[in-house]
Design a protein around this ligand. Structure first.
Ligand code: THU
Length: 159
């Protein structure tokens, strides 16, 4: 028997310590929360994807009375980016959320498993690490590549 401890890395920043570019992307994700449709969870999530061509593509969670039909902010923005600009690398994605009181969460909101899987495939498609910025009012988590969010991942080579 062998025990493997995955070696994952992430960084903790104060918002003010981030580059202007990263701050701008977080601001876009925060703004996107106001376009969320979340009448069931009352948890409003926004995502902003920065593309290599300079575009920022935003998305928000879109819920549905048939719950599984809804989708998360991250997948909304990435599928939009990948379908609109299929050949353009997605460099960074920022995520922010407001809670049922309408205020931004103190701690970063981490993407769900399904979104991590889509983020991973976006990165593989692009052949370039996809950075993730997770916004919280009390600090920002920066992850340099998706494998750090999804160790022991499923990928096409498993098939
Ligand atoms: N949600 C996201 O949009 N992204 C996340 O990273 C976590 C969860 C959405 C899904 C659902 O609309 C609501 O937040 C509550 O789970």
């Amino acid at each position: 028997m062998k025990t493997i401890k995955p070696d994952i890395t992430y960084h903790l920043f104060d918002y003010e310590e981030l580059s202007e570019e990263d701050q701008r992307l977080i601001d876009a994700a925060k703004k996107a929360t106001y376009q969320s449709y979340a009448p069931y969870s009352h948890f409003m999530v926004g995502a902003a994807a920065k593309l290599a061509n300079g575009e920022i593509v935003c998305g928000s969670n879109q819920e549905n009375a048939a719950y599984p039909s809804g989708t998360c902010a991250e997948r909304t923005s990435l599928f939009y980016a990948n379908s609109t600009y299929p050949d353009v690398v997605v460099e960074t994605i920022a995520i922010a959320a407001r809670n049922k009181h309408g205020v931004f969460t103190p701690h970063p909101t981490a993407p769900c498993g399904a979104c991590r899987q889509v983020m991973l495939e976006t990165q593989w498609r692009n052949k370039k690490p996809l950075r993730t910025l997770l916004y919280g009012e009390e600090g920002v988590i920066v992850v340099d590549k998706v494998e750090d969010l999804l160790p022991l991942c499923f990928n096409a080579s498993s098939m």
